[in-house]
Design a binder for this molecule. Structure first.
Ligand code: PRP
Ligand code: URA
Length: 208
């Protein structure tokens, strides 16, 4: 399986809070950001570091640093932007692109309305953000657009995934690793994740 699932008691605790329909916008947003930071640390576990010389208050020493200019974050609008601060906290110098997609209510297929990437996107490792990986349509289309732009290394970060979405990405974009806080049971007849957390965009932005 080309998917990494966080297996951490504190993350499970935080997931229980955001799944609860009584949880308000403020706490929901904060926890989405916290889990996003944790996912980012996990996704960076294969990062190649550069050796540098530094001086601590005690002595000179060699240390290892990340070239932050090699990365770009791409949140899928709207809900993906809820994860963005959590990633910027971890890698402040990453560039940011945006993909605007919404799911058609009857077909459940993504409809594109915006696409804006940094000019040098093809030379960067791209980390795509979306809290919900449901049918996988939005993730699939975003990854395909990035590949058309010449991006070679792509990772996908989600808070909650459905088995159907994981399967789609593993089959159709096998080079893309998915990092998720959990894989739920299934999709319902409206292509919502069960048990899930409802509509992530509406809960982050308070639109319902
Ligand atoms: C949600 C979610 C994903 C997509 C997942 O967005 O944030 O982008 O659905 O579903 P999929 O895997 O079946 O494509 P939505 O279309 O509700 O838009 P929003 O973020 O603007 O609320
Ligand atoms: N989008 C959401 O926000 N939630 C789901 O469960 C599925 C798609």
């Amino acid at each position: 399986m080309n998917t990494v699932v966080l297996n951490n008691p504190l993350i499970k605790h935080k997931l229980a809070i955001i799944r609860d329909k009584r949880t308000g916008t403020k706490e929901f947003r904060e926890i989405i950001g916290e889990i996003a930071t944790f996912l980012c640390y996990e996704a960076m576990s294969d990062a190649v570091l550069e050796e540098v010389e530094i001086e601590t208050p005690i002595c000179k020493t060699k240390a290892q640093k990340l070239d932050e200019n090699k990365y770009a974050f791409v949140p899928i609008l709207r809900a993906g932007t809820g994860m963005l601060d959590g990633l910027i906290n971890a890698i402040p110098n990453a560039k940011i692109g945006h993909v605007g997609l919404y799911r058609d209510e009857t077909t459940h297929k993504p409809v594109k309305y915006y696409y804006k990437m940094p000019q040098d996107i093809a030379n960067r490792e791209v980390i795509v953000l979306d809290p919900m990986l449901a049918t996988g349509g939005s993730a699939y289309d975003t990854i395909s657009m990035l590949k058309e732009d010449g991006v070679k290394k792509i990772k996908f970060l989600s808070i909650i995934s459905a088995p159907e979405g994981i399967k789609k990405i593993e089959e159709l974009h096998p080079d893309v690793k998915v990092y998720t806080a959990c894989i739920d049971e299934k999709l319902n007849e409206n292509a919502y994740i069960v048990p899930g957390l409802g509509d992530a965009g509406d809960r982050i932005f308070g639109t319902k």
